[in-house]
Ligand binder design. Structure first.
Ligand code: SF4
Ligand code: SF4
Length: 54
């Protein structure tokens, strides 16, 4: 399961890299929706390492 931790600063860089369009803003941070297919494309994009896999 991929998720975005509290380290997210809301830059939005990761959102366009999701082929499922599952990364969306929620307040001043971003979150991953339930349609994530675990492809992992977002994992290396975040400049602060906020995207995690559990
Ligand atoms: S793992 Fe893939 S489908 Fe899931 S949020 Fe990241 S880029 Fe999107
Ligand atoms: S790239 Fe990282 S810091 Fe930027 S919105 Fe995505 S998870 Fe948050």
């Amino acid at each position: 399961m991929y998720y975005i931790s509290d380290m997210c600063d809301g830059c939005g860089l990761c959102a366009p890299d999701c082929p499922m369009d599952m990364i969306c803003p929620n307040g001043n941070k971003f979150e991953i929706g339930i349609g994530c297919n675990m492809c992992g494309a977002c994992g290396s994009v975040c400049p602060v390492g906020a995207i995690k896999k559990s």
